[in-house]
Design a protein around this ligand. Structure first.
Ligand SMILES: [Ca+2]
Ligand SMILES: [Ca+2]
Length: 190
């Protein structure tokens, strides 16, 4: 017994949606209509580690000639290392992380946030379209995402005096980048 036609069709649709969301298909494979190629949404995930004070290049998006970037969001999360159990508990003070989104054409935004002790840190930043003349970014242009561990709070004894500390050198992090690209000739579906 094989799969019926409906099941095969359903799986085909799911596979195409999955490939599309992963950006595996070229513009031609995504299909087009009389008005050009429909908006394509992408989700990328990138991880990394930053030493305190180091700027880490996380993601670079090349918006091609004839393409428009209409949405661009980066969701940054991180977990500071757990406390150390020595003679006393060495409490790991929170880390402050900064994200910079820069189109290298003069538009840049930076935001920073600090985690609560023992909790996940989180920072969501979007490309600042409000700083441009329109709600799109017309290619060719490159958008660079950087993350900096601004301050990796060190370990201090708890309870105890803040004399003997252990250095926290930095932190790892995770970014989910979601964005939408539109072909400049796209006229919409109507
Ligand atoms: Ca820390
Ligand atoms: Ca850390």
């Amino acid at each position: 017994m094989g799969y019926d036609l409906w099941t095969i069709t359903l799986y085909t649709i799911l596979i195409v949606i999955s490939l599309n969301s992963l950006g595996c298909l070229s513009d031609n494979e995504r299909g087009s209509d009389a008005g050009g190629t429909a908006p394509s949404q992408y989700v990328r995930e990138e991880g990394g580690y930053g030493n305190e004070g180091e700027y880490v290049d996380v993601f670079e998006l090349a918006v091609g000639s004839g393409e428009e970037l209409t949405q661009f969001f980066v969701d940054l999360t991180w977990m500071d290392e757990p406390d150390k159990q020595e003679i006393r508990t060495m409490r790991n003070r929170p880390d402050t992380l900064q994200m910079i989104i820069d189109d290298q054409e003069g538009v840049s935004i930076s935001r920073q946030s600090v985690n609560e002790h023992g909790e996940e840190g989180r920072l969501t930043v979007g490309y600042p379209f409000e700083h441009t003349d329109s709600s799109i970014l017309l290619g060719p242009v490159e958008v660079l995402v950087q993350v900096e561990v601004v301050d990796a709070g060190d370990y201090y004894p708890s309870p105890g005096l803040n004399i003997n500390s252990i250095e926290d050198p930095g932190n790892d992090f995770h970014c989910v980048i979601s964005y939408t690209l539109v072909n400049s000739s796209y006229q919409g579906s109507d």
